[in-house]
Design a protein around this ligand. Sequence first.
Ligand code: GTP
Ligand code: MG
Length: 231
Amino acid sequence: MIIERKAKINIDEFKFGAELLSTPADTIHETMKTMIVMQQVYSAAIREVSTKLEILDDEFQVKFAHNPIHHMESRLKQPQSIREKLLRKGLTPDMKLATEHITDIAGIRVICYYINDIYTIAEVLLKQDDITLIKRSDYIENPKSNGYRSLHLVVSVPVFLSEGTRNVPVEVQIRTIAMDFWASLEHRLKYKSDSPVKDDLQRELAECAESITDIDEKMQSIYVQLNSKLE
Ligand code: GTP
Ligand code: MG
């Protein structure tokens, strides 16, 4: 048996490390400190919102014998992507600017069973006193031209720290299993091809999104009919 004792991250250790590497210790120390503190705060915000969603999912199971949430994924935007996004927006790569202008540093993806579940989850989450809606983009009502569908919410959640409260933005993408299936494959296809996807393939992808939407709506209808028969 191997018992691995991982070294705890001690921000001050970086200072000594930097000195060993003959680099300006204070600069490296400050940068590392800002990054680690930021990661801690944003991952705390992810935990806050994820816990809220898990509690709601449990409550629906108890009350209605139905879990709206199939599963959840979360991610923290990597410093490299933060930097690229700031540059795309014409801003200097700077942590302070990132916290002011980038609202998807903390991201949660909620995969639901049915289309109605998406709106139920969004509504009950937004009803909570400590959740503030910053931006709502309904790409189900108004799909993107390529066929992309999801409900996007940017919410602000308070994170209670020893020094006080920080209101942290979290991007919540809510979609069905079917919408996620399409978005995951489309993302891979775009990522895999070096050049932009050709027009005819774009059209085929958009057609796939239409077919998936039909199936999503049929499945929703079957679920509603089955449930009304059970009542
Ligand atoms: P970003 O700069 O990408 O954050 O764009 P935005 O701030 O205008 O937000 P938007 O709501 O358009 O999209 C944010 C996220 O939604 C992306 O990072 C993806 O995760 C997802 N997304 C948006 N459009 C598409 C799409 O066409 N295909 C796929 N697969 N995902 C998408
Ligand atoms: Mg975004």
